[in-house]
Design a protein around this ligand. Structure first.
Ligand SMILES: Nc1nc2c(c(=O)[nH]1)N[C@@H](CN(C=O)c1ccc(C(=O)N[C@@H](CCC(=O)O)C(=O)O)cc1)CN2
Ligand SMILES: [Mg+2]
Length: 288
C-alpha cells in the first residue's frame, strides 16, 4: 500500500480549464466568420491509435472545432496516404491536422510528415517547425512537450534554473522537450537520458523535475527520486493488467509533485493539439 503525499498535477482539470478558454476563442472566431477545423490522418486499425484519434475528435466537438477525418486501411500505400495529406493541405476548412503516429511498417513516415503544409502542422513535427524550435523562432510546438510546460506553469513548479532529467529520446516527446525547456523563457538545465544511459539512477537522483517518457514500465523507482522533485509520467505500456506508466507507484511517496499516467500529461497533449488548431485559425483571421 502506498500513501500519496505529492501534489497531483491534474491534467484533466487543467485540460478542462483550457477548453473553457478555447470555447471563448472559438466563439470569437465564429463572430469573424471562421470555424476552426482539425484534420486527422489515421492509417490502420491499431486500437491505441484509433482511440487517440477518437478522443481528439470528441474533444473537438466539446470546444466547437470541426472534425475532418481521413481513415485509411492498414495496407494503404505511400501514395494513398500522400493523397490524404494533399487533400488536407488544400482544404480551406482545415486549419491544422495531424498524422497519427506510429504509421504501419512500410510507410515512409519522414517523407509523409515533410509533405504536410508546415502552416497546417498541428503537431509541430514537420521538419520546418522542429527547425524553428531549434532556432527559437515562432511556430506550432509539439503537443506533449508544450503540455508538460503548461502543466508545470499552472501548478507553479519552478522551471527557471531547475535541473530537469528527461528519460526518452523520441521525436514526439523527449527531443523537443529538451529544446523547449532550454529556451530562455524556460531557462531550465536539461539532461536528455534514455534506456541506454549509464547509471540512469544517478542522473535521475539529481533532478528537480523528472519526465519519464521511455515506455518502460516502472523504469523510475522510488529510490531514484530526489525528495520533493516533480515527477511526470509520460510512458504508456499496454499490459494484460491494463495501461502502465514508466514511474513505479512508490515513487509518489517521495515526489513533491506527480503527473500520473493516466490523468496527467496525456489529457494535456490533446488540449495543446486543440490550442495549436485555434491559434492557426486565429492567424488565418489576422492575415485575411
Ligand atoms: N501525431 C502524433 N502521434 C502521436 C502523438 C502525438 O502527439 N502526435 N502522441 C502519442 C499518442 N497521443 C496522441 O496522439 C496520446 C497519447 C495518450 C493520451 C492520453 O490521454 N493518455 C491517457 C491514458 C492513455 C489512454 O487512455 O489510452 C492519459 O495519460 O490520461 C493522449 C494522446 C503517440 N502518437
Ligand atoms: Mg502522451
Amino acid at each position: 500500500m502506498t500513501s500519496v503525499t505529492a501534489t497531483i498535477l491534474d491534467g484533466k482539470a487543467t485540460r478542462d480549464a483550457i477548453y473553457d478558454d478555447l470555447r471563448t476563442r472559438v466563439a470569437a472566431l465564429g463572430d469573424a466568420g471562421v470555424r476552426p477545423g482539425l484534420g486527422t490522418v489515421l492509417v490502420g486499425a491499431d486500437p491505441g491509435s484509433a482511440a487517440y484519434v477518437r478522443g481528439k475528435h470528441r474533444d473537438c466537438a466539446k470546444v466547437g472545432i470541426t472534425s475532418l477525418r481521413r481513415d485509411l486501411p492498414d495496407d494503404a500505400t505511400q501514395e494513398q496516404v500522400a493523397a490524404a495529406i494533399d487533400e488536407l493541405n488544400a482544404d480551406p476548412a482545415c486549419h491544422g491536422y495531424i498524422v497519427q503516429l506510429p504509421l504501419p511498417r512500410g510507410l515512409d513516415t519522414g517523407a509523409l510528415l515533410e509533405r504536410m503544409d508546415p502552416s497546417k502542422d498541428a503537431d509541430g513535427l514537420h521538419p520546418v517547425n522542429l527547425g524553428r524550435l531549434v532556432l527559437g523562432e515562432q511556430g506550432p510546438l509539439p503537443c506533449t512537450p508544450r503540455g508538460i510546460v503548461e502543466l508545470l506553469r499552472r501548478y507553479e513548479v519552478a522551471i527557471d534554473g531547475a535541473e530537469v532529467v528527461v528519460v526518452g529520446r523520441g521525436v514526439t516527446v523527449g527531443r523537443p522537450l529538451g529544446l523547449l525547456l532550454t529556451r530562455r523563457s524556460e531557462n531550465a538545465t536539461v539532461t536528455l537520458c534514455h534506456t541506454g544511459t549509464k547509471d540512469l539512477a544517478a542522473q535521475v537522483r539529481r533532478a528537480d523535475i523528472v519526465v519519464a517518457a521511455a515506455g518502460r514500465p516502472s523504469l523510475i523507482t522510488a529510490d531514484m527520486v530526489k525528495p520533493g522533485a516533480a515527477v511526470l509520467d509520460v510512458g504508456i505500456t499496454r499490459t494484460e493488467q491494463g495501461l502502465v506508466g514508466d514511474v513505479a507507484p512508490a515513487a509518489r511517496e517521495v515526489a513533491g509533485f506527480v503527473a500520473p499516467m493516466p490523468g496527467g500529461v496525456g489529457p494535456m497533449t490533446r488540449a495543446m493539439l486543440l490550442t495549436n488548431v485555434v491559434e492557426a485559425a486565429e492567424r488565418a483571421v489576422r492575415s485575411a
